[in-house]
Design a protein around this ligand. Structure first.
Ligand code: ADP
Ligand code: MG
Length: 511
């Protein structure tokens, strides 16, 4: 098979106030899986966008097989076979179209002759691609009904259906469960072996990189600092240290916080959509309570229901011994419940507003006199938060959409810190966040608990549940399968319940 390479020579990009890339030399060849690692904001996505023709204002050269080419539009990139699957899969799909239509979108747009659609051909071709990649999603389903993992498969199928020599996957596994991730890895390995494609794989999960990549490139502050092969001796620690440029202790030192009274109690909660099936739990002051479970177990639905963002069918929610009648999130906020939601770009932050505004929205009433906003106070609050949380931004007027993922997440958390809530709910707060920023987020959450608040921490990463929580509820299929003391449990035990395993007592009761 013919080998092709795609790369950059001395490529730089400057955004207002940020040097996103400086003099980057990079090259990837077909038949390899290359990891690109780096802290949030290191420039990974910016570099990938250059290769995908989506950052036309670069200086330096993009090289195809060693020869400089102009790559200033996405179409130019597609013509040479570069396909990119962005972090936000939703933006690239048409939700009301079928899987087949989405897979064949490029083909339909480019090759359709005349006005009559050949639907049979389209479904047949889509099915062929899906079969070839061993993807079992039915081509007739609507994309809006798919899980995130399935949507990603559809995007990869579309990429491969089009001419594809270089496939860029920008943090594909961030929203995936372990099973979904291993499915994706099978697909990626299959592409490498059978389709003569170069795969560029961006992920913050270093163990994944060691598992499937041939080589890894490390970026730091807009520069490529290292490219090394992955060998059997490669360790997570050495990659992380190259990323951060300093040594790093992997374990998070959880602070011991005194635990007080029950502040939050939930009894037999059932959500209107049926995804929460009778959940009872409680949280005490100073306590971090984990909600573990696989993707789809109902954790996010539970979080939303507790926050009034999803309708309650039956059951009770009590805050400080008062029954709450929550019908919407603003009631929840007034009662003292905060939620940092999973899909922060859709729900957690206003990406088209600036950092200062986002950091003040949850406590806007503090900054308003009648209808007038007190802008200087907003700015003072924002500057303090940016400093306290270590948010990396050139200034507080920066639009949140221009921040890296980890920094967006810090804004999403920071906006709650100026409020006086007593229960803080975090849904997958470290999704897509690098190890350094993750550590800072853990510290933030610990501080919130230390101030005497109750914290609910939902995550499908059992290692995180073990590092930060005091007690954990494991969910499966909308139900709580077990309540465990964190210090007495293990990843294996959590996993046992997360896949629907029963506890010994329950087994006796229901033989
Ligand atoms: P990574 O993907 O490694 O997390 P990015 O490539 O997204 O990092 O970002 C690199 C830097 O460029 C960050 O400081 C980010 O805030 C900034 N940046 C990215 N896109 C834009 C943009 N469109 N406008 C301004 N700054 C941007
Ligand atoms: Mg990125």
């Amino acid at each position: 098979m013919e080998r092709s390479t795609l790369g950059t020579r001395q490529v730089s990009i400057e955004f207002p106030g940020v040097k996103a890339l400086s003099n980057v030399d990079f090259e990837v060849s077909t038949g390899e899986i290359r990891a690109v690692v780096g802290a949030n904001g290191a420039g990974k996505s910016t570099l990938m966008k250059v290769l995908a023709g989506a950052n036309p204002e670069y200086t330096g050269d993009v090289l195809l097989n060693g020869k400089p080419i102009e790559l200033r539009t996405p179409l130019a990139a597609k013509r040479i076979g570069v396909q990119i699957v962005y972090q936000e899969v939703d933006t690239a799909l048409i939700p009301t179209f079928s899987v087949a239509e989405n897979v064949m979108l490029n083909d339909t747009v480019v090759n359709q002759k005349g006005v009559a659609m050949n639907w049979r051909r389209m479904y047949r071709e889509a099915q062929k691609v899906l079969d070839r990649l061993h993807i079992t999603v039915s081509p007739r389903r609507l994309v809006q009904d798919l899980t995130l993992a399935e949507k990603q498969m559809v995007l990869i199928a579309r990429a491969v259906q089009s001419q594809c020599s270089f496939l860029i996957l920008d943090e594909p596994t961030a929203p995936l469960s372990e099973t979904e991730t291993s499915r994706l890895f099978e697909l990626v390995n299959h592409l490498k072996a059978n389709e003569n494609i170069a795969i560029v794989f961006i992920s913050h999960r270093i163990n994944e990189i060691i598992q499937i990549c041939d080589r890894y490139t490390v970026m730091r502050n807009g520069e490529v600092v290292d490219t090394s092969p992955v060998t059997k001796d490669t360790t997570t620690r050495e990659i992380v240290e190259k990323m951060l440029g300093r040594s790093f202790e992997e374990n998070f030192p959880k602070e011991v916080v005194p635990i007080g009274d029950k502040v939050f109690e939930v009894d037999s909660l059932v959500s209107d959509d049926g995804k929460v099936q009778g959940v009872s739990l409680y949280a005490r002051r100073g306590e971090i309570v984990g909600i573990a479970g696989l993707v789809g177990a109902g954790k996010s639905e539970l979080c939303k229901t507790l926050f009034g963002a999803a309708k309650v069918h039956s059951g009770a929610i009590n805050l400080k011994n008062k029954k709450l009648r929550m019908t919407n999130p603003s009631h929840a906020v007034k009662s003292g419940i905060a939620l940092v939601p999973e899909e922060r770009r859709k729900e957690g932050v206003l990406v088209n507003e600036n950092v200062a505004f986002n950091l003040s929205i949850s406590s806007l009433s503090k900054y308003c006199k009648g209808p007038f906003m007190h802008k200087p106070a907003i700015k003072v609050n924002a500057l303090k938060q940016v400093e306290d949380l270590g948010i990396v931004t050139p200034h507080v007027q920066q639009y949140v959409k221009n921040l890296s993922g980890g920094n967006q997440q810090k804004v999403s958390i920071g906006k709650w810190l100026a409020t006086d809530c007593s229960v803080y709910i975090f849904d997958e707060p470290t999704k897509g966040v690098d190890v350094g920023a993750k550590r800072e987020i853990f510290h933030l959450i610990n501080d919130i608990a230390k101030q005497g608040n109750a914290v609910i921490y939902a995550s499908c990463e059992n290692s995180e549940i073990l590092s930060i929580t005091d007690r954990v509820y494991v969910m499966f299929d909308g139900r709580v399968m077990a309540e465990l003391a964190t210090k007495d449990t293990s990843e294996d035990e959590i996993m046992h319940y997360a896949v629907g395993g029963q506890s010994p007592q329950v087994r006796e009761e229901h033989p």
